[in-house]
Design a protein around this ligand. Structure first.
Ligand code: UDP
Length: 403
C-alpha cells in the first residue's frame, strides 16, 4: 500500500507537508469511522484508503462496521432508493425492522472515538450512544429530492449530530446543525488507479476471454437499477447498428445490497443472445477493475441517480473518454464537451458514444482534460486535508480560518 511520501511526485511536497502539520494538531484524538460494509461501493472504497493514510500521518483512526441481517439491508436499500427520489413503498414495518437492528447495534457496537464519524443512513441510530464525544454524519447520497417520509424519520437522528457532511452543495438540505461540503476522492496510487503494465491489462482480458478486435465500451458498477445496466445495453445496441463494438458490464454486489442478484439476472437475460456483451461478476479485485478500465475505449456511467460517482473519477484519472449521465456528482467531474460527455437518455448516451468512437482525437482530448480536473480536485490528498480540517473545526470552530 502506498506511503504518504509516494504522493509527492503527483501533488507536490507542500501538500504533504500541510497534511503533516494538520495531523500533528490531532494528536491524542481517536477518530472512529462506522459504516455498514467493509467492501463494495464507494464508501468502503474510500475508507479502505483513507483509514491507513490517516494512521500513517499519525491520526489514531479506527473503522467499525455494523451488523445486520438481509431483512435490515433490504430496508436500508429501500431507504437509499427513496432518498434518491425513487418511488418506494415504505411501511411502518420497515421502520420497525430498521429500529430493531439499530437497537442491536446500539447494544453491541463499542463507541470509543473522540470523534465518531458515521457514514450514511444504515448506522445513523448509533447517535443514541452520544456522550461527550463529537459525532459527524457523513451523507454520501444525493438527498436534494428525497422521499420525505424517510427523510423525516432520519431527521430525528441527524439533528442530534454535531455536524453533517455532504458531497456537494446540490446534495444537501437545510439542517439545524452545521454542514460541511466535502467531495469524495480517489487514490491515484491504489491498485484500482495506479499505472499498470500492458501485460497485466492483457492478462485480465485473456482471463475474461475478451479480444481487443473491436472497440470496448464498459460500465463498471454494482448491479443496481439506479446504475441502469439495462439502459447501457440499449445504448450499446443503438451504437452497434452503426459501429461494430463490444460491451463489458462488470460489477460485484455489495454486502449491504440484497437487490444485486435480481438485477444481474435481468441483465443476463437481456444480453443472452449477444456474444459481444460480456457480463463479468468481478471478485473484489482492484487490479482487474483497473485493467478493464484501462483496456476500454470508452467508459460509460449511465446512472439514473448517483452519489458522487467514483467510477467516473477513476475513469477520468486514467484519461479515458467518459459518457455519463448528468446526475448526482457526475457534473462536478465532467464539464460537458470539455472533460467528457454528459447525457440524459439512452439516445443521448448512444449518440455521444458514436461521436467519440468516430473522433478519436476529440475523445483523447476529453480524457486528458478529465485527468487534469481529477488531479486538481478529487485526489485523496485533498480529501485527507478536508477531513482533518473538519475534525479540528469541531474543537476550534472560531479559528478554523487561521489553520
Ligand atoms: N467497484 C468495484 N468492483 C465492482 C463494482 C464497483 O471495485 O464490481 C468499485 C468502483 O470501482 C468504485 C466503487 O466500487 O470505486 C463504486 O463507487 P461509486 O461511487 O461509483 O458507486 P456506489 O457503488 O457507491 O453507488
Amino acid at each position: 500500500m502506498a506511503k504518504i511520501e509516494e504522493y509527492i511526485p503527483l501533488v507536490g511536497q507542500a501538500v504533504i507537508d500541510d497534511l503533516r502539520l494538520l495531523s500533528e494538531r490531532l494528536k491524542g484524538k481517536v477518530i472512529q469511522h462506522i459504516n455498514s460494509t467493509p467492501v463494495g461501493g464507494g464508501v468502503a472504497e474510500i475508507l479502505n484508503r483513507m483509514v491507513p493514510l490517516l494512521r500513517e500521518l499519525g491520526v489514531d483512526t479506527k473503522w467499525d462496521v455494523i451488523k445486520g441481517e438481509e431483512q435490515f439491508f433490504g430496508v436500508t436499500k429501500k431507504f437509499h432508493n427513496a432518498l434518491h427520489g425513487r418511488a418506494e413503498e415504505i411501511t411502518q414495518r420497515d421502520f420497525d425492522i430498521f429500529m430493531q437492528t439499530s437497537q442491536e447495534n446500539i447494544e453491541n457496537v463499542d463507541i470509543y472515538g473522540d470523534i465518531v464519524f458515521v457514514h450514511d443512513p444504515q448506522p445513523i441510530a448509533l447517535i443514541k450512544k452520544k456522550a461527550t464525544n463529537k459525532w459527524l454524519w457523513r451523507c454520501h447520497i444525493d438527498v436534494s429530492d428525497p422521499n420525505l417520509k424517510v427523510w423525516g424519520f432520519l431527521m430525528d437522528f441527524i439533528v442530534q449530530y454535531d455536524s453533517a457532511v455532504f458531497s456537494a452543495p446540490a446534495f444537501s438540505r437545510k439542517l439545524p446543525i452545521r454542514q460541511f461540503l466535502i467531495p469524495p476522492s480517489i487514490d491515484p496510487l491504489s491498485d484500482k488507479n495506479k499505472e499498470l503494465p500492458e501485460e497485466t491489462i492483457n492478462a485480465v482480458l485473456r482471463k475474461y476471454n475478451i479480444k481487443k478486435d473491436k472497440p470496448i465500451l464498459i460500465q463498471i458498477s454494482r448491479f443496481d437499477r439506479l446504475k441502469d445496466p439495462i439502459g447501457v445495453i440499449d445504448a450499446y445496441l443503438r451504437v452497434k447498428k452503426y459501429i461494430d463494438c463490444q460491451l463489458i458490464l462488470a460489477g460485484g454486489t455489495a454486502d449491504d445490497d440484497p437487490e444485486g442478484f435480481k438485477v444481474l439476472e435481468e441483465v443476463k437475460e437481456k444480453a443472452k443472445n449477444d456474444p459481444d456483451i460480456h457480463i463479468l461478476l468481478l471478485p473484489q479485485n482492484d487490479i482487474e477493475v483497473n485493467a478493464l478500465q484501462r483496456a476500454s475505449d470508452i467508459i460509460v456511467q449511465k446512472s439514473l441517480k448517483e452519489g458522487f460517482g467514483l467510477t467516473v473519477a477513476e475513469a477520468l484519472w486514467k484519461a479515458k473518454p467518459v459518457v455519463a449521465s448528468n446526475v448526482g456528482g457526475i457534473p462536478l467531474q465532467i464539464k460537458h464537451k470539455y472533460s467528457g460527455l454528459l447525457c440524459h437518455s439512452v439516445e443521448g448516451a448512444s449518440f455521444a458514444i458514436k461521436q467519440l468512437l468516430s473522433s478519436p482525437a476529440y475523445a483523447m482530448k476529453l480524457g486528458e482534460n478529465g485527468r487534469e480536473h481529477i488531479k486538481n480536485n478529487f485526489l485523496i490528498t485533498r480529501h485527507l486535508r478536508d477531513y482533518m480540517l473538519l475534525f479540528l473545526s469541531l474543537y476550534h470552530p472560531e479559528d478554523i480560518v487561521n489553520l
